[in-house]
Design a protein around this ligand. Structure first.
Ligand code: IPE
Ligand code: IPE
Ligand code: MG
Length: 229
């Protein structure tokens, strides 16, 4: 089992287009998948789950789609909060929620506060997230702190990332057939195993999650070493 599973939830728009539905309907269905995958990951005992919900680059989408996504997120979190608490899941945000609409920010803050002491799983939402911005932000924090350049280490650098205190993702899943990382967890993904599936996010099921985990279990993570005899 991965200690940290990260997912790029992609393909909502294409799912909707295939069905002649508006893109918003794809995002609606996508939240249903997200709920099922969070529950299943928690049930399987995965301690850290990260979902890519909105990239900084996603601001380039039509205004209506962007505001729909934020209102959907607010409604989703309000609806799911009790269930997160019941499942002992801590909600954590990776990114810059400060740029989000006030109403969404309030719901996020409330959900994070209410789940702060939960222990069974950390659910990271990458929201207004960019891997490059995260690295630059870490550099700024280090400079502000006046750290001695000789004392900056690979491990120490991680304390300045949004994921401070959490392990690097062992497995990154991307749905919808795109074979790219799209600015996701750039520092943290150095040795992550990657799993790509053509399934569109709204069609992704717990069964397919098991398939990905099964595949991961057979991977040999050499981390630069030679294959064991
Ligand atoms: C992923 O689905 C959801 C977000 C990026 C918010 P997309 O909206 O990217 O769906 P496609 O890639 O257009 O099909
Ligand atoms: C990545 O999906 C971001 C999220 C899943 C939130 P995109 O659909 O935005 O990525 P690109 O544009 O295809 O690389
Ligand atoms: Mg996409």
């Amino acid at each position: 089992m991965p200690g940290h599973l990260a997912i790029i939830m992609d393909g909502n728009g294409r799912w909707a287009r295939q069905k002649n539905l508006p893109r918003s309907e794809g995002h609606n269905q996508g939240t249903k998948t997200a709920r099922a995958i969070v529950e299943e990951s928690r049930r399987l005992g995965i301690p850290h789950l990260t979902l890519y919900a909105f990239s900084k680059e996603n601001w380039a989408r039509p205004k209506e789609e962007v505001s729909f996504l934020f209102s959907l997120l607010s409604r989703f979190l309000q609806k799911e909060l009790q269930s997160l608490i019941k499942q002992d899941i801590r909600l954590n945000i990776l990114g810059e929620p400060g740029d989000l609409p006030l109403a969404t920010r309030k719901v996020l803050e409330h959900a994070c506060t209410k789940t702060k002491t939960n222990k069974s799983m950390t659910l990271n939402l990458a929201l207004n997230y960019s891997g490059r911005c995260e690295i630059i932000r870490a550099c700024r924090l280090i400079v502000q702190k006046g750290l001695d350049p000789d004392r900056i280490t690979e491990e120490g650098f991680k304390d300045f990332l949004y994921t401070a205190g959490q392990p690097d993702p062992d497995l990154i899943i991307r749905t919808s057939g795109e074979l790219r990382i799209s600015n996701y967890l750039l520092y943290q993904c150095a040795y992550s195993e990657l799993y790509f599936t053509k399934t569109l996010w709204p069609d992704f099921t717990p069964q397919e999650l098991w398939r990905a985990l099964e595949d991961y279990a057979h991977r040999q993570r050499r981390l630069g070493r030679v294959e064991p005899a």
